[in-house]
Ligand binder design. Structure first.
Ligand code: AHR
Length: 515
């Protein structure tokens, strides 16, 4: 009797396990309210290592094919990826940069020491005009971060006038003398960077006061309305957010406030290798990436308290993986390879920004070319597209689309005694009514069958799909070699009624399109 009862109990237990192991995403296709701002897919490039020099800028006389000194291959790739904006010139560099050193004939520009990044000599050959030429070629919005730390109010306000005014003035005459008649109409403006640290070591209250003063003299010219981004906190510094939102005059002195959070595998002294890592380090990287959700929730809660009308955007203008530099490279240049793990980190973060898009209006991964979690690596005239590049390219379908509420029930990916959810996803509807679902399976070993139930929509067809994966979690793309991680066509899906079953391979990111 007992034996029979035990058998029944074991069967029931197995059934429960089987049922709870179901992976389902319920998508309410008719309940979308918020727009996923395309600026969530933004980028950041600093005068650091070979990001600007060598990465974009090779000069007009270079053998590397270029247009007005800017590499053609990098511009073509970033356009293919759909870059919506580019933040420049820093980073920490922004608060020691004096813009007037970077205009006029290049041979006459003064040099400076880049004290933050390798102590190298900066010859200022890439300055305001070159940056705006780059943005023109990329067809993206410029985002300029002004120097509040070591500059002056006059210097910053004159930079805005130089860029945006069409009146007759000493600044506009100077711009014209340097070959640019028309104003550029730069909209996005950072008022200092990391002012709690490399940008001046301010207290929150002292920065709030300074930012209000600077903001007063950053004028709107013509139809161009500045979108000013105050320096916000890093990581868990909720006090900084509280002080700025309470005393910084949000909505008037600034329209956006920044947040910086980097994924560090171990600690700041030993961050871990970008390519040589084991499953424990892979798991830790995923867990630390997911901490972004808690940060978004808690910072947004503070913003909601002082800005219930949701006027001020949360601008995550530095994020991504920060690993040890590649062996033999300059430690001040922050050059790291980029593997399938980076692709997973990109997709998880982008899904979180999409999920909180009511408040998150822009994000900028650090740092586009040759620095930190880059999209592109260059070596002389060669170029590599990284796994992170392919995620940004795949996620273009979400730019300016409507976020669809999605409830995800999934297995845990467990390593030793700790777990994270296996799946991360975003569903959105574009202007033409097409629904796109991106799903990441973080489990490095196990494939997952995912049932996506579409509610509030009659799905007529599965149109197309693509996948990013690789043989190993540390697969990467390298110079002169066939790509190990890329985007390819994917059709391991079945439609039954309004349910789409997606067979997700281990360690993969998939996009499906429905209509
Ligand atoms: O992205 C590298 C550096 O990280 C930036 O210069 C700074 O803002 C941050 O600390």
């Amino acid at each position: 009797m007992n034996f029979k009862r035990n058998i029944v109990l074991i069967l029931l237990l197995n059934l429960t396990l089987f049922i709870s192991a179901q992976n389902t995403i319920i998508i309410n296709a008719d309940l979308g309210k918020e727009k996923i701002d395309k600026h969530i897919y933004g980028h950041f490039s600093e005068h650091l290592g070979t990001c600007i020099y060598g990465g974009y800028w090779v000069g007009e006389d270079s053998e590397v094919p270029n247009t007005n000194g800017i590499r053609n291959d990098v511009v073509d790739a970033l356009k293919e990826m759909g870059i919506p904006n580019l933040r420049w010139p820093g980073g920490c560099f922004a608060d020691e940069y004096h813009w007037k050193d970077g205009i006029g004939p290049r041979t006459e520009r003064p040099t400076m020491i880049n004290t933050h990044w390798g102590g190298v000599t900066e010859d200022n050959s890439f300055g305001t005009h070159e940056f705006l030429e780059l943005c023109k070629q990329l067809e993206c919005e410029p985002v300029i971060c002004g120097n509040l730390g070591s500059g002056t109010v006059q210097e910053m306000s004159q930079w805005v006038e130089y860029l945006n005014s069409d009146n007759i003035s000493p600044m506009t005459n100077l711009r014209k003398a340097n070959g640019q008649d028309e104003s550029w109409g730069v909209k996005y403006w950072g008022v200092g960077n990391e002012s709690w640290g490399c940008g001046g070591n301010f207290t929150a209250q002292a920065y709030a006061d300074e930012m209000r003063r600077y903001s007063t003299f950053l004028k709107n010219y013509g139809d161009n309305k500045l979108y000013k981004v105050a320096c916000g906190p890093s990581d868990y510094n909720y006090e900084w957010m509280e002080t700025l939102m309470k005393n910084g005059n949000p909505g008037r002195s600034f329209q956006g406030i920044s947040l910086h959070y980097y994924t560090i595998c171990h600690n700041w002294t030993k961050k871990g290798s970008a390519t040589e890592f084991d499953e424990s380090e892979y798991f830790t990287t995923m867990k630390k990436t997911m901490a972004m959700e808690e940060l978004l929730q808690k910072h947004i809660t503070i913003m909601d308290k002082y800005d219930p009308e949701n006027q001020v955007g949360l601008i995550v203008d530095e994020w991504g993986n920060w690993f040890d530099v590649e062996p033999g490279t300059n430690p001040g240049f922050l050059y790291q390879q980029n593997t399938l793990r980076d692709a997973m980190v990109a997709s998880v973060n982008l899904d979180l920004f999409n999920k909180y898009c009511r408040r998150v209006k822009m994000a900028n991964i650090a740092q586009t070319v040759n620095v930190l979690q880059a999209m592109i690596l260059t070596k002389e005239d060669e170029m590599v597209k990284t796994p992170s590049f392919y995620v940004f390219k795949m996620y273009k379908v979400h730019h300016d689309a409507t976020l669809l509420p999605a409830s995800i029930k999934c297995d845990n990916y467990t390593f030793e005694n700790e777990s994270v959810p296996t799946l991360s996803a975003t569903a959105s509807k574009d202007e033409s009514g097409k629904v796109h679902i991106t799903i990441s399976n973080l489990d490095p070993e196990n494939a997952k069958e995912v049932n996506c139930e579409l509610r509030g929509m009659d799905v007529s067809e599965f149109t197309t799909g693509s996948i990013i994966t690789g043989d190993k979690i540390n697969s990467y793309n390298d110079f002169g070699k066939k790509e190990e991680v890329t985007e390819s066509a994917f059709d391991a899906v079945k439609m039954k009624g309004n349910t789409l079953t997606v067979n997700m391979p281990a360690k993969s990111v998939v996009m499906v399109e429905l209509q």
